[in-house]
Design a protein around this ligand. Sequence first.
Ligand code: NAP
Length: 238
Amino acid sequence: MKAVIIGATSGIGLELTKKLVNEGWEVGITGRRVHILQDLQKALGKQVYFARMDVSEFEEARAILGDLIQEMGGVDVLILNAGIGSFTRTWEKEKAIIDINATGFAALANIGYKYFEEQGGGQIVGISSIAAERGSSFIPVYNATKAFISSYMEGLRTHAQKKRNGITITDIRPGFVETPMTEQNGDNMFWVATADKAAKQIMQAMKRKKKVAYITKRWWLVAKLLKVLPDFIYSRVA
Ligand SMILES: NC(=O)c1ccc[n+]([C@@H]2O[C@H](COP(=O)([O-])OP(=O)(O)OC[C@H]3O[C@@H](n4cnc5c(N)ncnc54)[C@H](OP(=O)(O)O)[C@@H]3O)[C@@H](O)[C@H]2O)c1
């Protein structure tokens, strides 16, 4: 089996890369830090293909994904994992979060979906977040981008179901995972999973062709609670 992972140089993407290679998959990895991509290929061997990609350079990123898929002789799964978050509220930061988490995601999901349509099947695994469930005062734009991609994936899934085109769309919604991205959170986290555990559960959800999966599983409970909390309580905690 073959997969491409967008954003494989650290955290969840890195753990997914190691696990897929361990299971014998051929894996195409991307990110901006090319030295990490090179080191990973050296360490993991010929099953690994790599390409430097900045997902916020949308047109270039789409072309690079197309080339990588061709170099690998096709893929079965596209994992869209690249994402950032920041408590800084400048427009520059907010725009970067939108570019990478939302527009970059759509730019690549669009080409991936078309590719799988032509191929007659395949799977897109998108790394959204529990943050997709509701808006939040901490990083408002982050939650908005994750709501965008979860809604976008639901739309793609519905399209695939209507067309019966063999495409599976798996929406992954992690709670807190210990990665470089969450270092800025300090102690303000709970139910924190290691990236290793998160990657294990993501692989499980991917193989079971889940529509939506919470990582770790008990975050499902938080998602349900978030949906029903009345505004006067929610506004105090979120
Ligand atoms: N950690 C959590 O608690 C948590 C919770 C919910 C959802 N998530 C989501 O999980 C995903 C992975 O996050 P993580 O926690 O593993 O963070 P991470 O360790 O910071 O990894 C982020 C990955 O995204 C890539 N990336 C960032 N900007 C990019 C760009 N412009 N172009 C291409 N690649 C880019 C990075 O590669 P380069 O820097 O090499 O480009 C890196 O490989 C994100 O979508 C995040 O929103 C994380």
